[in-house]
Design a binder for this molecule. Structure first.
Ligand code: SAM
Ligand code: SF4
Length: 329
């Protein structure tokens, strides 16, 4: 397979986050407005064939890791067969999925059979009433059943993603971390990111504070990243089965090692989560561009991937063009 493309800052770009829908069955306070969002026209969304074609072109360019995301990817009816088709593209080394877990107990086995090997499940609390407040749906037990199903079926590792918010769920940092003594999960604490939906200023807790709280649970030692070369700093408690990850996109950004591209469900290529720049691949697809032409446009976008985001500068905080559910995280 070809070597992954590099950008103008010598970063190897080998990872694509592929959003297959902007719809969701939850309304998390930090991501979506309570009343949901106006539905996009079906024809605005990439079709099954268009998604598989763009995945194939990306993999032929040297992208070797693909993560399926959303909105909630499992609400798309074709989610399983999309995973199957993408998993069978020669050259792909890793297919993973990020989900809120609501439908995971129904899908876990099928996803595993389709070739997905890693799942990240969002879990911001262990308290059902609190889950209902954060996700605005009283469905904690469904998520927990999904997590157990993922573990049973053999996904490894099962990663749990927790967005920490001051006064909302920060009192559960320790309890969530203690899950790693009972299960081989990777529990990852993520700094809240400044999207329009949330009252960022009052809710944000920096990673170093999260780490301080974790040290109350036990002796934390730095741990290997395993196969992952993602943005998390890895730790483990002595005697624990699982690991702890800290992801600090805001306070200590991971831009120098960013290897990511993002494709939105309506076919826009984004080279930076926080940039307003997008490249319209849907338009290219629909006007009959060849695979080579599309690859050339993607390479040109990669070449212009920004060096870093500017979240620490408040002026840029408002410059985020899309909400998180529409980008895919
Ligand atoms: N629906 C799926 C889920 O929730 O896992 C996949 C899409 S969701 C947009 C991907 C990730 O983005 C989730 O882990 C979610 O917690 C995270 N996320 C959404 N809004 C966020 C924000 N304002 N700050 C930090 N993380 C956020
Ligand atoms: Fe839906 Fe995921 Fe956004 Fe929650 S974080 S509203 S589950 S897309």
């Amino acid at each position: 397979m070809p070597a992954p493309p590099t950008d103008s800052f010598h970063r190897k770009i080998d990872y694509l986050r592929l959003s297959i829908t902007d719809r969701c069955n939850l309304r998390c306070v930090y991501c979506m407005p309570e009343d949901g969002v106006p539905k996009c026209e079906h024809s605005d969304m990439l079709s099954y064939e268009e998604i598989v074609r763009l995945a194939r072109i990306s993999i032929s360019m040297g992208i070797s890791k693909v993560r399926i995301t959303g909105g909630e990817p499992l609400v798309r009816k074709e989610a399983l067969s999309l995973c199957e088709s993408i998993a069978s593209v020669p050259g792909l080394r890793s297919l993973s999925l990020t989900t809120n877990g609501i439908l995971l107990s129904d899908f876990a086995e099928g996803l595993f059979r389709a070739g997905v090997r890693r799942v990240n499940i969002s879990l911001d609390t262990l308290k059902p009433e609190r889950f209902a407040q954060i996700a605005r749906k009283d469905l904690f037990s469904r998520v927990w059943a999904g997590i157990m199903a993922a573990q049973r079926v053999g996904f490894s590792p099962v990663k749990l993603n927790t967005v920490i918010m001051a006064g909302v769920n920060d009192d559960e940092i320790e309890d969530l971390a203690r899950l790693t003594f009972r299960f081989p999960f990777h529990v990852r604490f993520i700094e809240l990111m400044p999207f329009e939906q949330c009252d960022y200023q009052s809710l944000f807790i920096p990673a170093f504070e999260i780490l301080d709280r974790l040290r109350r649970v036990g002796r934390l030692v730095e741990s290997s990243a395993g196969e992952s070369n993602g943005p998390a700093l890895h730790y483990a408690f002595k005697g624990a089965m699982g690991k702890i990850g800290i992801i600090s996109p805001v306070s200590d950004h991971f831009c120098p090692s960013c290897n990511r591209l993002r494709l939105t469900a309506d076919g826009k290529l984004r080279t930076c989560l926080f940039s307003v720049d997008e490249t319209d691949l849907r338009e290219l697809l629909r006007r009959g561009a060849s695979d080579g032409e599309i690859a050339a446009v993607m390479l040109a976008a990669i070449n212009k991937k920004p060096e870093k985001h500017h979240l620490s500068n408040p002026v840029f905080r408002k410059c985020i063009s899309r909400p998180m559910f529409s980008i895919g995280g």
